[in-house]
Design a protein around this ligand. Structure first.
Ligand code: ARG
Length: 592
């Protein structure tokens, strides 16, 4: 299906043409069009153009109005104030444009990006043998949404889950497992969630026991340290044990991602260890090119603008003085891989804002080394901290970090209670209550995360998240379910567009907002800003509510065409909500 030109794009074009006709020396001129409460649109561009041409703005505006000729598209065009234009589009144009969107089943008229490229997106990166916490909620939820949104624009996406699967702590873990070989055996043939729980409890137990030994037993400590060397040297037995930790952790990760309703694929899990073979060369190239220098034995990159509190430069350490490689060497190698092997033209990192300095230094180093050129964009989509109700970083009452799985379970439980309250009226079965409870609970958590700009901290407040009122996913999901219920109740009456009908104000407002979907998505994708999609959807649901209040859909008093046209608006709103929520990674149950 062909993409649909939005009303604002059409109006923009007509105005630009009229402006150029009225003031040829200004062509191509931007009318600076925006949505307005007074009319449908307002154009403010004439003021500046008149000033430049030393013309009277009101006169110029009047001349522009005179040269516009688009009766099917434009209703009223009025000069107002010092030289603004207030523009109203015709009801017919609204309905016809929406009908074209509705006819495009898969994309609702949303065009693909003009020049899609390849983005490698680094997201959902938990750490092996460690519990996932709220920070991992954010990199999973935001990453999932941004990936879906970019894919929808036609961008080629390669996911990279840069899991923390390497480091000295593995010496201790592996040595412990070697000495207690049955600790990772599975007692039960559990599957799914239960398997995930068992895996994590095994890992936790081993971690704690190994730590105790490491801290209390000097000989174990020595053996553990030697084991790190074996691991780095690629000793086969050691690697096999390391692999068991990775595999065990993956069972756990997958169970959490499953609960979160986030799909990840095994081939995209390329953890820190995946770049081991490149580290030495990365360092060699940096040293040979002089980008990095030896300082007290360590290989460092210095920056003019990165200084510590004492005023001394803070370097990026790519290789420690003992020869060990760290986080930076891995990320630099990953850049080489992503640019040269995966042919990325955008590198996107969905990572905690507390790692921003790291990425700034890594990107700058890669630029100096010539691995990042002007053709490659590298962006950290930095996210803020999840706070408790008290405004401090989210902790349990005992002061421990909150386990992600507990948090999700609680959200599902709360959401299920909300769903259950209405279930009888809707006639839901117990199975539907359970399914919906999950979709509402997980949706609530995701939406709360996605509805504020990523870089801001936000408060994790379940009461607010599962509220039926206000800017929550529950509100949007109920709006969607209500639409489905109306469509079911409509019986034989089908949604159908009737451009010949006049529209009520609430219908126009809803229609104009629906028409903005494609443009909103383009902006959301361009800025990696899912929160703008969330606000668009919230506004859409708000327009829908006003429309219900002011316009009866299924009323015997309505002529058939009015019923059909209203059903058409309702249906397109539902499909837009569904599509938008799906892009955020949130389900929309049909009955709620
Ligand atoms: N595993 C890291 C963490 O839990 C995030 C990794 C981010 N990605 C990267 N390429 N450094 O904080």
């Amino acid at each position: 299906m062909a993409p649909v030109t939005s009303l604002s794009a059409s109006v923009h074009q007509r105005l630009a043409d009229a402006l150029s006709a009225a003031l040829p020396e200004a062509a191509p001129a931007d009318p600076l069009l925006r949505r307005s409460d007074r009319a449908d649109f307002q154009a403010n561009g004439i003021l500046a153009l008149a000033k430049k041409a030393k013309a009277n703005p009101r006169e110029l505006a009047t001349k522009v109005v005179g040269s516009i000729d688009a009766p099917e598209l434009l209703g009223d065009v009025e000069v107002s104030g010092p030289g603004f234009l207030n523009i109203t589009v015709t009801d017919r144009a609204i309905v016809e444009t929406l009908a074209a969107r509705a006819a495009d089943t898969d994309r609702l008229g949303v065009p693909f990006a003009d020049a899609p490229g390849t983005t490698v997106i680094d997201w959902a990166q938990p750490n092996v043998a460690k519990e996932m916490h709220v920070g991992h909620l954010r990199n999973s939820v935001i990453g999932n949404a941004v990936k879906r949104i970019l894919e929808f624009t036609g961008e080629k996406i390669v996911s990279r889950h840069h899991i923390g699967d390497w480091g000295t702590q593995f010496g201790m873990l592996i040595q412990y497992l070697l000495e207690h070989p049955h600790e990772l055996d599975h007692k039960e043939a559990a599957e799914g969630e239960a398997a995930g729980e068992e895996a994590m409890s095994n890992l936790n137990r081993i971690y704690k026991a190994a730590r105790v030994l490491f801290d209390s037993d000097e000989e174990f400590k020595t053996r553990a340290r030697r084991r790190v060397v074996d691991l780095q040297a690629g000793d086969e037995e050691t690697l096999a044990l390391w692999q068991r930790f990775v595999d065990e952790s993956k069972i756990y990760f997958y169970s959490v991602f499953d609960k979160l309703d986030v799909e990840i694929h095994d081939e995209d899990i390329v953890g820190e260890s995946g770049y081991n073979d490149m580290l030495a060369e990365t360092c060699r190239l940096l040293e040979e090119s002089g980008v990095a220098v030896r300082s007290e034995g360590a290989l460092c990159v210095f920056f003019d603008d990165v200084k510590g509190p004492d005023g001394n430069p803070v370097p990026l350490i790519v290789q420690k003085s003992d020869g060990g490689f760290g986080y930076a060497a891995t990320d630099l190698s990953a850049i080489r891989d992503r640019v040269f092997n995966l042919k990325a033209d955008t590198l996107l990192y969905v990572v905690d804002a507390r790692q921003s300095l790291h990425f700034k230094m890594v990107f700058e180093t890669a630029r100096k080394a010539g691995w990042l050129t002007d053709d490659v964009k590298a962006v950290q989509l930095a996210f803020g901290t999840v706070l408790g109700k008290d405004g401090k970083p989210f902790k349990t009452r005992e002061g421990e970090t909150v386990r992600l799985i507990d948090l999700l379970d609680e959200a599902i439980e709360r959401a299920t209670a909300v769903v259950r309250e209405k279930a009888e009226k809707v006639g839901l079965t117990e199975e539907e209550i359970v399914d919906n409870g999950r979709q509402v609970g997980i949706g609530a958590v995701k939406y709360a995360d996605l509805s504020t700009s990523a870089v801001r901290d936000y408060k994790f407040d379940l009461d607010q998240m599962v509220s039926l009122h206000g800017n929550t996913s529950v509100y949007l999901q109920y709006a969607y379910a209500r639409i489905q219920s109306i469509l079911r109740k409509a019986g034989d009456a089908r949604p159908a567009a009737h451009p010949e009908l006049g529209l009520a104000p609430a219908e126009r407002a809803l229609g104009l907002h629906l028409d903005q979907f494609a443009e909103t998505l383009a902006e959301v994708a361009e800025e990696y800003a899912p929160h703008k999609l969330a606000s668009y959807l919230y506004e859409l649901a708000t327009h829908l509510t006003k429309f219900y209040d002011q316009c009866q859909v299924l009323s015997d008093e309505n002529p058939t065409e009015v019923v059909e046209n209203r059903l058409f608006l309702v249906d397109l709103t539902g499909r837009t909500l569904h599509q938008g929520m799906a892009l955020l990674g949130i389900r929309t149950p049909g009955r709620l």
